[in-house]
Design a binder for this molecule. Structure first.
Ligand code: HEC
Length: 203
């Protein structure tokens, strides 16, 4: 009887370990999959710069594209769709953020004349990336638009990003200006997630 129990114990143990390993294998981060599987869609979505004739401009724009893709601007400046970002309207803006100092919507970064970056000079675009200051004087929250990271880039980097953004297909899409703080209704709002605090009620 004792021998039977010992064997039964070892068999159950082996099955449990094998089951656990199978579980690890089938959850995505442990899946034996090349990293491109995760990053390819976002990388492919960024319009290429192959059609820029001047080789010097093309090299600068390619560097800008690299920065835009690796910094993940699309994470916020996306047009949200039912199945994730609508990549055909690349960087046309749209995600909304509720914070304790205002409600912000990620802006349209395509070169549209009325709703996009064609309204801004190169220096105005670089200034937002360097210090969060907009042409109307408001300083945007670094928690949303992460200028606190881009301020550490070189001036050449910011210039390359501007050259690339100016090369995107223009999308007409009006984005509302920031509004005063409003009570949180969205449970995924950044401040609630990161701050653990409801600024509407002060708790
Ligand atoms: C975590 C979200 C987030 C990420 C990531 C992000 N942004 Fe933004 N960005 C915003 C928001 C929100 C605004 C609007 C802020 C406002 O209206 O005050 C904004 C505004 C801007 C503006 C000002 C546009 C205008 O109309 O003047 C520029 C330029 C910009 N972002 C560039 C970038 C670039 C380039 C990247 C990637 C390198 C990037 N952003 C990544 C959230 C983000």
């Amino acid at each position: 009887m004792k021998r039977f129990l010992t064997w039964a114990f070892f068999i159950v143990l082996i099955l449990a370990v094998a089951g656990f390993c199978a579980f690890l294998y089938f959850i995505p981060p442990f899946f034996i999959a090349p990293p491109e599987t995760f990053s390819k869609a976002q990388n492919d979505a960024a319009p290429t710069v192959a059609d820029i004739k001047d080789p010097a401009q093309r090299a600068i724009a390619e560097h800008g594209r690299y920065l835009v893709v690796t910094a993940g601007c699309i994470g916020c400046h996306q047009v949200p769709g039912p199945k994730g970002p609508q990549f055909d309207k690349y960087l046309a803006g749209g995600l909304k953020f509720l914070t304790h100092d205002g409600t912000y919507v990620a802006r349209n970064l395509t070169p549209d004349k009325e709703t996009g970056l064609a309204r801004r000079t190169d220096d105005e675009v670089k200034r937002v990336m360097r210090s969060g200051v907009f042409p109307d004087g408001h300083v945007t929250s670094y928690r949303m638009m992460p200028w606190g990271s881009y301020t550490n880039w070189t001036e050449e980097d910011r210039h390359a990003v501007v050259v690339y953004l100016r090369h995107l297909p223009a999308v007409r899409r009006r984005i509302p200006d920031p509004e005063a703080p409003s009570p949180f209704r969205d449970p995924t709002a950044h401040e609630e997630v990161y701050g653990g605090k409801d600024y509407a009620t002060g708790k």
